[in-house]
Design a protein around this ligand. Structure first.
Ligand SMILES: Nc1ncnc2c1ncn2[C@@H]1O[C@H](COP(=O)(O)OP(=O)(O)OP(=O)(O)O)[C@@H](O)[C@H]1O
Ligand SMILES: [Mg+2]
Length: 413
């Protein structure tokens, strides 16, 4: 309750003693005086218990003093020069009636005042609470947009980390095979270069003899001894082999770099067949362990997509297919264009999936692989990526016969 309001209200206690002056506060004193003068026909005084006159004069000598009661308590006296008996008692009764109604009035107004004070205080509290909650809501609504966008950023960052981790796990799985794919050409390039160096030595020896003016017979003898005809032919072959080997290494490095680069998550307009080709190149050694990889790629329209992410989808599915083939089998990757959708189907002649597992295989961390064999996030990430491309994945599988994943991607111009 405000101090200002408190000051305007008399602090009335409900059970306090009321003074004569207060009880007659609402009575017109002049009219009361005239009325009692008529009744008594002489001077009189109504005074408080301390003798202070409230109505009438205190000049005359008052012989008679009658108590005035309100609520059983003596609150003052009616003083007259002589006792007029009946008239005095009537006057006392009249004054006491006025005192009684004054007391009632004061009590009622005190009650009313208390109720108003209480109501006001409650209203004041409610108002404070409302102001506080309004301020809180205002603050919340002002920050809501910012908070939501911060949350979205955190979720996106976490998701990207998950994709990154999942992708690195696949790269790890491929690492040995890829290393072999690179090591093999580098090995024969090295040995070819050693041979080429000895051939160059022979040629420089020949060039020296020509420069020194050695006669033709000697030159021919050297030519035959060193089998220079074969050297020339073999040199050509060595160089061709080296060029081919270097090309193979550069293709693998390019594919691996393109695949592992998560930053390549921006949209690009590409031919999905190129992504499949790249993924097959880097997964070939892993797949070839016990299966044959067959590609049947139809001509496709270019589409706007995130190639790094789609590559991850195809790789996960090809690796799953390879894992599902225990002995000898076949993995085939086909593309087609139906309606306005590109369809990539990856099928295998592996173990197949039970009906029970079919329902759960897209769940995060669901895996049937041995401990350390898989995180169970491969298909979860596939589903998220395809969904983000407005596409869908369908699966058909027969236990013991094989599985086909079909990925439908709408073409985006
Ligand atoms: N082509 C498939 N043939 C048979 N089972 C499959 C095939 N693809 C997926 N599955 C089943 O679905 C499960 C989940 O696959 P997912 O790729 O999500 O995880 P994972 O391969 O076990 O582990 P990782 O996180 O390394 O990919 C596999 O453990 C396997 O049981
Ligand atoms: Mg997997």
């Amino acid at each position: 309750m405000s101090e200002e309001f408190r000051e305007t209200l008399p602090l009335l206690e409900f059970d306090r003693e009321l003074g004569l002056d207060e009880l007659l506060g609402g009575v017109n004193k002049k009219k009361l005086h005239d009325c009692l003068s008529d009744l008594l026909g002489m001077s009189f005084s109504i005074c408080s218990t301390k003798g202070e006159p409230v109505v009438g004069t205190g000049d005359a000598i008052m012989e008679c003093r009658l108590p005035l009661r309100a609520e059983m308590e003596v609150v003052g006296y009616l003083e007259t020069p002589t006792d007029l008996e009946d008239k005095s008692r009537s006057a006392v009764t009249l004054i006491e009636l006025l005192l009684h109604s004054g007391a009632r009035y004061l009590m009622a107004s005190t009650l009313h005042l208390h109720a108003v004070q209480d109501d006001y205080e409650k209203l004041q509290q409610k108002n404070t609470a409302l102001t506080e909650s309004e301020a809180r809501y205002k603050d919340l609504s002002e920050n809501l947009e910012q908070r939501v966008s911060e949350q979205v950023k955190t979720i996106e960052a976490t998701q990207l980390q998950l994709y990154q981790a999942e992708k690195m796990a696949s790269v790890g799985q491929l690492a040995a095979g890829v290393a072999h794919e690179i090591n093999n050409p580098i090995g024969f390039i090295q040995s070819n270069l050693v041979t080429a160096q000895s051939y160059v030595n022979d040629f420089s020896e020949l060039a020296k003899q020509v420069g020194a003016g050695v006669d033709v017979d000697k030159l021919q003898k050297f030519f035959q001894e060193k089998d220079m005809e074969f050297v020339l032919e073999d040199f050509q072959g060595l160089l061709n082999e080296c060029i081919e080997g270097a090309r193979r290494v550069s293709v693998i490095v390019k594919d691996l770099k393109g695949f592992s680069n998560v930053d390549r998550s921006e949209e690009e307009v590409v031919d999905i067949n190129d992504i499949i080709q790249s993924v097959c190149n880097i997964s070939l050694s892993e797949v070839n362990k016990n299966s044959e990889l067959k590609l049947a790629l139809a001509s496709l329209p270019q589409t706007r997509c995130r190639p790094g992410q789609l590559g991850q989808v195809f790789l996960n599915m090809i690796l799953n297919a390879a894992k599902a083939i225990k002995e000898q089998g076949e993995i085939s990757v086909q593309t087609s264009f139906k309606g306005d959708c590109i369809v990539v189907s990856i099928s295998d002649t592996g173990s197949g999936i039970s009906e029970q597992n079919l329902k759960r295989m897209f769940d995060p961390f669901f895996t049937t692989a041995d401990v350390g064999g898989g995180t169970g996030l491969g298909l979860t990430v596939c589903r998220d990526i395809v969904k983000a491309h407005q596409g869908k994945i369908e699966v058909e599988s027969t236990l013991g016969q094989g599985t086909r994943f079909s990925i439908f991607l709408p073409v985006v111009g």
